[in-house]
Design a protein around this ligand. Structure first.
Ligand code: DGL
Length: 271
């Protein structure tokens, strides 16, 4: 048993899709969440910049005595996971491998779509992992760079004309390729679940990177006998690098709880 907290980070709100799953499947765990809201979006940045940001995010989280870190960010997972894992002496879980495993398990026609940030698509990490798991799978990838800023601005509700228009523009050509499975390879995208499902239709199974990474973390903690005391109720601490109020407002909507005054602003440049 290990009662120490788990660190979770993302550029902003996206990692909350992993937090939501973690709270359902590991309710006894304490979570420390960091959203780098001063520097979101990460998705269009270079490898060098992403590595610098990711190292700072990890250094901040490691100011707590953690038992594991979940990179609840597709962009960091696709570009910096091996480096971060080599530099740190605690388990670090990313989103790519568990998400691809699920996609390969659910696809029937072996045609899998993958949407993510520009940096993730450029890295080719999802495609490489899918090929490794099943060389017969055909992958169609597409960056959707406007999704993250729209989500961060609270434009994720079905019926919102802006997000619906952008979603159709990105996704209709993908739907027409005949895929039966779509990887939401950026953790922000499950906040758009209903919008994306509306465009793709019932014939396409959506796979959430946030959710799959939470399952992976549960497997890892269980295998290491590092789960927290099951009798307790876990806590969540939220830290951000810019205005806490903006994060609290959208996070409250997504997690369906009142998070007013729940987030703390930290200076990420100190790490
Ligand atoms: N949620 C992140 C991801 O999974 C980052 C998106 C961004 O900041 O562009 O890729």
């Amino acid at each position: 048993m290990d009662d120490r907290p788990i660190g979770v980070f993302d550029s902003g709100l996206g990692g909350l899709t992993a937090v939501r799953s973690l709270r359902q499947i590991l309710p006894e765990e304490n979570l420390i969440y960091f959203g780098d809201t001063a520097r979101v979006p990460y998705g269009g940045r270079s490898r060098e910049t992403l590595l610098k940001y990711a190292r700072q995010d990890v250094r901040f989280l490691r100011s707590f005595d953690l038992k594991a870190i979940l990179i609840a960010c597709g962009t960091v997972s696709t570009t910096a996971l091996p480096t971060l894992a080599a530099e740190n002496d605690l388990p670090i879980v990313g989103v790519v491998e568990p998400t691809c495993r699920r996609a390969v398990a659910v696809t029937k026609n072996r045609r899998v779509g993958m949407i993510a940030t520009l940096a993730s698509v450029r890295s080719g990490a999802y495609e490489a992992q899918l090929q490794k798991l099943d060389p017969s799978v055909q992958v169609v990838s597409k960056p959707c760079p406007l999704f993250v800023p729209l989500v961060e601005n609270g434009r994720f509700a079905p019926g919102d004309i802006v997000i619906e228009t952008v979603a159709r523009e990105y996704l209709e050509p993908l739907r027409d390729t005949g895929i039966d499975t779509l990887i939401l390879g950026c953790t922000h995208y499950p906040l758009l679940w209903d919008v994306i499902h509306g465009v793709m239709g019932p014939g396409v199974t959506l796979v959430s990177a946030g959710e799959e990474s939470a399952f992976e973390l549960k497997r890892l903690l269980t295998a290491r006998d590092a789960r927290a005391d099951g009798a307790r109720s876990g806590t969540a601490e939220f830290c951000v690098s810019d205005r806490a109020e903006d994060f609290e407002r959208t996070a409250s909507l997504f997690l369906q709880e009142d998070l007013r005054h729940a987030a703390r602003r930290i200076d990420i440049d100190q790490y």
